[in-house]
Design a protein around this ligand. Structure first.
Ligand code: DX5
Ligand code: ZN
Length: 219
């Protein structure tokens, strides 16, 4: 069993010191950097755009995992890719042609991800496993960090694990929202291969980040 990938969400970092914060989590063992992009329309909060990804890119060498909570997403894919995003994930509700969006993401050289809200049925990707590199299960309603993990989503993780295994494809299964040292083992047991965590990583100051990340891996 390969090690669980940890993707700290910068939503919980100190926005006034973002460069320093991302260097600190990379040094602490982060595998990916998770960037939550919100438009105040698809979700009830506003965060950041491609310029911030571009500003952070030189500060880390790990992949930048961009979670787009925006609609429409299509007009912004190239800008995030040009800014240095390695993974671009979209919600199926964000546009009328999910498959076209996923193919475009791959065409511009990024990994293509699909994100499921707590109420979204993952069957939407049943016929496009060939075009997906990552699936992301939201274990909170998207929009804010620091919410409680919804155990109802464990079944969805299990379902996606089975779908991925049946496909035989190399697809990451990531979980996002309320992931802590207590909920991480449940996600891993259900089949997750990557965990997003904001509050659970960016707590206790930079000296604590390595221990926080280790605790999520269950090490
Ligand atoms: C929520 C975001 C998450 C969130 C995770 O919309 O997608 O990435 O920031 O934060 P925690 O780990 O604090 O739940
Ligand atoms: Zn996210």
């Amino acid at each position: 069993m390969s090690k669980t990938l940890i993707a700290p969400s910068i939503l919980a970092a100190d926005f006034a010191r973002l460069g320093e914060e991302v260097r600190a989590v990379q040094a602490a063992g982060a595998d990916w950097l998770h960037v939550d992009v919100m438009d105040g329309h698809f979700v009830p909060n506003i965060t950041i755009g491609p310029d911030v990804v571009k500003a952070l890119r030189p500060h880390v060498t790990i992949p930048i995992d961009v979670h787009l909570m925006i609609t429409p997403a299509d007009p912004f894919l190239d800008a995030f890719r040009d800014a240095g995003a390695d993974i671009l994930s979209v919600h199926p509700e964000a546009g009328p042609h999910l498959n076209r969006t996923l193919r475009h993401i791959r065409k511009i050289g990024a990994k293509a991800g699909v994100v499921f809200n707590p109420s979204t049925d993952p069957d939407v990707i049943e016929y496009m496993m060939d075009d997906v590199d990552l699936v992301l299960v939201m274990s909170v309603n998207p929009g804010f960090g620091g919410q409680s993990f919804m155990t109802s989503q464990l079944k969805k993780i299990e379902k996606l694990r089975a779908m991925i295994d049946a496909s035989g494809k190399d697809i990451q299964l990531e979980v996002d929202g309320g992931v802590t040292a207590l909920t991480a083992p449940q996600c891993i047991a259900a089949g997750a291969t990557a965990l997003v965590a904001g509050s659970a990583v960016f707590k206790g100051g930079a000296d604590a980040y390595a221990a926080n990340i280790r605790a999520l891996r269950g090490a």
